[in-house]
Design a protein around this ligand. Sequence first.
Ligand SMILES: Nc1nc2c(ncn2[C@@H]2O[C@H](COP(=O)(O)OP(=O)(O)OP(=O)(O)O)[C@@H](O)[C@H]2O)c(=O)[nH]1
Ligand SMILES: [Mg+2]
Length: 200
Amino acid sequence: MEGRNSVFFLGAENSGKSTLLRYLLDPKHDPKTLKTMPTVGVSHFNYPIEAEAQKGEKRRFFACGSGKKTATNAGIVLKELGGTLAQNWTQYTVGSKRVVFLVDASDLTRIAQVAFHVNDVLNALQCEDEDEKADFLIVYSKIDILDPHQVSKQISTIRNLLRVDDLINGNAHVRINEAAVSSFTAEGINRIANWLMRSF
Ligand SMILES: Nc1nc2c(ncn2[C@@H]2O[C@H](COP(=O)(O)OP(=O)(O)OP(=O)(O)O)[C@@H](O)[C@H]2O)c(=O)[nH]1
Ligand SMILES: [Mg+2]
């Protein structure tokens, strides 16, 4: 099975995956000055979650599936699948248990395509153990581009177009969470870091 301690980051081209990952890995870096190139294929990043965990509550890693939970000391691997790979995302994520899906909140032009891929990826998520759920985090990215007064309205529009409430109700095998984020202002970034810790 594809990476027990791995999390896939997906989203259309330009949705902000590489920028978010760089920020999560090194918050000292100013994302505004960071130049990213479109990701070709898959990028792997090691996330030092143990160090994070030591700051707060103690966490351990558990492998999902075998019925018996196993602690491991390994960190987690964050894997970005470039937007150009969209047609093949599920070949990578099938059977995986953790996905972060970025939706550019400032760009509704590709929302129909995004909705298609969200459904596709959700259907491919599963856990070997029927009692365990997979985790899927929808990230509404680049909220700094929006007028602050319009953020919740825009997110509500995107939620309706993606039918997020139906997805939550219709996918009993997946725990779906949401976060509105800007990698430029760091707004919402903690939600992602906390989700990463919680989902292991
Ligand atoms: N304003 C703003 N721009 C952002 C944010 N995150 C990323 N960007 C910009 O969006 C562009 C694309 O960002 P990337 O992180 O490379 O996008 P990606 O999703 O990795 O794209 P692919 O690898 O091609 O699939 C870059 O110019 C970033 O600087 C954000 O939170 N706010
Ligand atoms: Mg990228």
